[in-house]
Design a protein around this ligand. Structure first.
Ligand SMILES: *Cc1c(COP(=O)(O)O)cnc(C)c1O
Length: 481
């Protein structure tokens, strides 16, 4: 068991020696001065280093193994991206620097916008959003402001499919919209008849429909053109959740499908690292008529100079300090340049890998929607549940084999869901290994379920109370007396 650094502490141990001189505190108000010495761990430099190395070794990341987290695209994060983002010219640049002094950074952002416009088909782009959910919020604020400017104030509702990512209703809800749920049909796609009924029953009240395509089941919405036509005829906007664009890059675009607004997750599709609450980026693209609603500053180019534009007619205002998470933008731009014309191949390989795995695994686990999938697919653990083993336990068992579990219990419309996304970065050998382990676990469920039920056997903490851990996060060391 790992000890806390406080438990490793020994009086008098130190890594560096600071001068013993008393600081002059005369100019600090008495009430701000501490009464007691702070409780700090005392260890040598070597022990401090070992401690943090030990902690980092417990971490699982895409560098340590396969990470088939459906919807979250855990692809390889090329190390050259890190190098480029760490270049001094970028890291030492102050965000308040005049435009003239920051031409390189502005050019990079402008060109990234241009590339993302091409990938999505959109007419204008902002890079400010710092995550997918933040991009959604920005997009929904644009929807709201658009109808306000058009004095179309009765549009207070947003339609969202029952397979949607939880952030969709959350973002629309935060903007004050009422959520109307549209059902999925037997093919796992938006039920167009249900959608028609919703539009009929809410005439003039629908502001937007938020969709993910391919949806969270990894299935392409075949009726997307009809849905777009329907929505536009009813005066609503179409919002595209492009958090995971890994299936369609260079093949089709949200614009072709009829969408008006799209957000992307650079920390998924465009290979920048994510997880652990680290900075991400959720750029938002819009069609021409929404261009003047983007947050400020807009990064623009007048043919000679790159500049930040603050004078934007119907802007929703600022959604993030300065220009967004710049380092993340550098990494995504590097990835796009590196792939060039082969961005499309990334998508094709991602789709091929997912279908390969799906076909291999569907003999052992239920596949509720048995169609050609896109970048991911969703299995159900119902067969195993009937033997008394739940998806959660299968997920824990995978950890014993040094595989990160897939996304589980999502989307909500599949019981005992396991959502698997292999991405394009993995070799066939790695995919085969994972398939073998999944088959082995399926056999264990039949023959020796206790092995699975008691998993994980290797982790320092077996089962955590996830809800409690999330709601009552306790990270402070309290000195015991
Ligand atoms: C990941 C994801 C989001 C949210 O993105 P964050 O960066 O985690 O806020 C939204 N929609 C879908 C489909 C996603 O996969």
């Amino acid at each position: 068991m790992t000890k806390l650094i406080f438990e490793k502490s020994q009086k008098g141990m130190t890594a560096i020696s600071i001068t013993n001189e008393k600081l002059d505190t005369n100019y600090i108000d008495e009430k701000f001065l501490r009464k007691n010495e702070p409780v700090l761990p005392e260890v040598t430099e070597l022990e401090a280093m070992r401690h943090f190395k030990e902690l980092s070794d417990k971490n699982f990341c895409v560098e340590s193994g396969f990470y088939p987290l459906g919807s979250c695209t855990m692809k390889y994060n090329p190390k050259v991206n890190e190098y480029l983002a760490s270049l001094e010219g970028f890291t030492n640049l102050h965000p308040l620097q005049d435009d003239e002094d920051a031409q390189g950074a502005l050019e990079l952002m402008y060109k990234l916008q241009e590339a993302l416009k091409e990938v999505t088909g959109m007419d204008a782009m902002t890079l400010q959003g710092s995550a997918g959910a933040h991009g959604e919020l920005c997009g929904m604020m644009i929807v709201k402001h658009y109808f306000k400017v058009n004095n179309d104030l009765k549009r207070t509702k947003v339609i969202i499919p029952d397979s949607a990512h939880g952030t969709n209703p959350a973002s629309a809800g935060m903007c004050g919209f009422e959520i109307v749920k549209v059902q999925s049909n037997e093919k796992g796609q938006v039920d167009v008849e249900d959608l028609k009924t919703i539009f009929e029953n809410n005439k003039g009240e629908i502001a937007a429909i938020m969709m993910t395509n391919p949806n969270t089941l990894g299935l392409f919405e075949e009726n997307i053109s009809e849905i777009a036509k329907l929505a536009h005829e009813e005066g609503a906007l179409l919002y595209y959740d492009g958090a995971n664009l890994n299936a369609i890059m260079g093949i089709t675009t949200p614009k072709v499908m009829g969408f008006d607004i799209v957000h992307l997750n650079l920390h998924k599709t465009f290979s920048t690292p994510h997880g652990g609450g680290g900075p991400g980026a959720g750029p938002v693209g819009v069609v021409e008529k929404l261009k003047d609603f983007l947050p400020i500053p807009v990064i623009d180019f007048d043919g000679q100079k790159y500049f930040r534009k603050y004078n934007v007619k119907n802007t929703i205002g600022k959604i993030k300090e300065f220009q967004g998470n710049f380092g993340v933008l550098v990494k995504a731009y590097a990835y796009i340049l590196m792939r060039g014309n082969t961005l499309k191949e990334a998508s094709m390989d991602a789709v091929l890998n997912a279908n390969y795995m799906k076909e291999k695994l569907k003999k052992y686990y239920e596949l509720p929607y048995d169609y050609t999938c896109m970048h991911e697919f969703v299995l159900s653990g119902d067969k195993q549940k009937s033997k008394g083993v739940h998806t959660l336990e299968i997920a824990k068992r995978l950890m014993d084999f040094k595989y990160h579990p897939p996304t589980v219990y999502f989307p909500l419309i599949v019981s005992e869901a396991m959502m698997i996304e292999p991405t394009e970065s993995e070799t066939k050998q790695r995919l085969d290994e994972f398939i073998d382990i999944m088959i082995k676990i399926a056999k264990e469920v039949e023959e020796s379920p206790e092995n699975v039920l008691s998993a994980p056997h290797c982790a320092p903490v077996k089962r955590v109370d996830e809800t409690n851990a999330a709601r009552h996060l306790d990270l402070r060391y309290k000195e015991e007396n």
